[in-house]
Write a protein that binds this ligand. Structure first.
Ligand SMILES: [Zn+2]
Length: 244
């Protein structure tokens, strides 16, 4: 299988020496419920298969894998501490990587391509400021940083209860009443975009890809739950600086 089908790349105007992609679930060696290119080592998959899958990724030897815990913590690479939900790098030796399966992956890069970051934006991270914490690591002004919002669960597919809807009342455009009583449809990618714009970013591109709708292409935690599965795989979103 060609490399191009293993990953999708952002349609944005990043400098040529910036590498950015999100893996798909196509082309890997995992089997069963995790069938495909699962890169998550914490979802019950055979670790040898996860390792083989990760080795298929472009620049895999440079990726810094995190222990993601739905926090608002950012690490600056290289970092001995890997418990975090965002990574920042200004070094061509260390690429940022975040795993998702419905949560919002956000890739960031300054206009000159000297600084990059990747963010795992689940609802807890978005609520607690993981995006703001990541932007604050940049030396570049927010207006000089571009963002790409990768594949994540879309509003139509993300029904939540009132409690979770109330967490995001400050984002009325991201909330719709569901046809189910007392339920709402929450638009996590729209919340991520609103936060990026509020922080001063002007160049924010949305992939508009849904991990639940595009079942052949991605892993979806919510879809797996709806099908009674205990676990699903993970895709990874990566950004790094190559030598100029
Ligand atoms: Zn969807």
């Amino acid at each position: 299988m060609s490399e191009s089908s293993l990953v999708i790349t952002p349609q944005w105007n990043s400098p040529k020496h910036i590498v950015a992609y999100t893996s798909t679930r196509q082309g890997g060696v995992s089997t069963g419920d995790l069938d495909g290119l699962n890169v998550g080592a914490h979802v019950g998959d055979d670790l040898l298969l996860v390792k083989a899958n990760r080795a298929l990724l472009p620049y895999h030897e440079k990726l810094s894998w995190l222990e993601q815990v739905h926090s608002n913590k950012v690490v600056v690479l290289p970092s001995a501490d890997t418990t975090a939900d965002a990574a920042y790098s200004s070094s061509s030796a260390c690429f940022c990587a975040v795993m998702t399966a419905d949560c919002v992956p956000i890739l960031l890069c300054d206009n000159e391509g000297k600084e990059v970051a990747a963010v795992h934006g689940g609802w807890k991270g978005l609520e607690s400021g993981v995006i703001a914490n990541t932007i604050s690591q940049f030396n570049a002004a927010p207006s000089s940083i571009m963002a790409w919002i990768g594949p994540a669960i879309c509003q139509r597919c993300y029904e939540v209860d009132q409690h979770l809807a109330e967490v995001f009342v400050a984002y009325p455009d991201a909330l719709l009443k569901s046809s189910s009583t007392g339920k709402f449809l929450l638009d996590l990618p729209a919340i991520a975009k609103a936060q990026l714009v509020a922080l001063g970013l002007t160049d924010v591109v949305s992939s508009n890809l849904c991990t639940y709708c595009e079942q052949e292409q991605f892993y979806s935690h919510r879809l797996a739950t709806h099908r009674g599965k205990r676990a699903t795989g993970r895709i990874v979103s990566v950004i790094g600086i190559t030598e100029r």
